[in-house]
Design a binder for this molecule. Structure first.
Ligand code: NAP
Length: 266
């Protein structure tokens, strides 16, 4: 039996890498692409054509669900699209595996409640890279002892949202261990707005956007006379594929929705 997967955002950078990776997994099949254009066409790499050997494209979630009966929706679109697609998927009992960033913490809470009430397994993974998840875990562990922390995330300049989902999730994980407090000088003044970055519970987050970068993050943990730096670099989108495949297998056995790949890495 193959696992039937629909992909939203299949024409995009992550989507094309995912289609290629999943086509090489023996027990997985990409049965449909969900798009906002190209109804009735077929996906070949990044192109939509009428060559029926490609993946069928649907602009209607309802038609996609009824005609192709996927078990999984792999969501790799945009912050504006992801919530509605997840909601639709859960309504049909299709398990969402979500890489798209930009969901607010309130939206994550709402959709988690909705999935759990419907007993539909799923995952929202701000980062599918195993190395990045370990970087987040190690940072959270270290923050118990070194609680003054700044996170610098760097991405390519086509990324729409800031801070990255990974940076936000890292700060959320650190919150579980770190004693909540204000960092820096209590009377600190910003002469240029944004100079000190964003703040989650006093942890500072800085976003760099430059051509040539992919996805990188440094967590700086400072204390008197010392600095611990925990860094992760993604050089190629192939690093996200083992995590996506692991997540697809894992959600088939779940009846709840989890936020973060760390929940399925032992
Ligand atoms: P991208 O290249 O811009 O791909 C997004 C794709 O979604 C585009 O093809 C876009 O089409 C399409 N799209 C837009 N609206 C849509 C809709 N309503 N329905 C279906 N498709 C729609 O972006 P990317 O680099 O692949 O990244 C996609 C998402 O994954 C981003 O949120 C990014 O932050 C996230 N990401 C996650 C991870 C992870 O490990 N979790 C890693 C990397 C990236 P158009 O181009 O025509 O607008």
């Amino acid at each position: 039996m193959t696992i039937r997967i629909a992909i939203a955002g299949a024409r995009g950078r992550m989507g094309t890498a995912a289609v290629k990776a999943l086509m090489n997994v023996e027990d997985m099949e990409v049965v449909a692409a969900l798009d906002y254009k190209g109804e009735g066409l077929f996906l070949h790499g990044e192109s939509l054509t009428d060559d029926t050997s490609g993946i069928p494209v649907y602009t209607s979630f309802d038609r996609l669900a009824k005609e192709t009966e996927p078990e999984i929706l792999l969501e790799l679109t945009t912050p504006d699209t992801v919530y509605e697609n997840m909601h639709k998927a859960i309504t049909y009992g299709i398990r969402p595996v979500v890489g798209t960033s930009g969901l607010s913490l309130e939206q994550i809470e709402e959709i988690t409640t909705f999935a759990n009430e419907n007993k539909v397994g799923g995952i929202i993974a701000p980062n599918f890279s195993i190395g990045a998840v370990l970087m987040m875990k190690f940072s959270a562990m270290a923050s118990r002892y070194l609680g003054d922390i700044e996170i610098i995330e760097s991405h390519h300049d086509q990324k729409i949202d800031a801070p990255s989902g990974t940076a936000t999730k890292t700060a959320e994980m650190i919150k579980e261990y770190r004693q909540s407090h204000v960092q820096g000088h209590p009377e600190e003044k910003e002469h240029l707005p944004g100079a000190r970055g964003a703040s989650i519970d006093g942890i500072r987050l800085h976003s760099v956007r430059l051509p040539g970068l992919l996805a990188h993050q440094e967590v700086l943990l400072g204390s008197t006379g010392e600095l611990l730096t925990i860094r992760h670099d993604s050089f190629d989108r192939s690093c996200f594929m083992p995590g996506i495949i692991m997540a697809i297998r894992n959600v088939l056995d779940r009846k709840d929705l989890v936020y973060g790949l760390e929940h399925i890495i032992e």
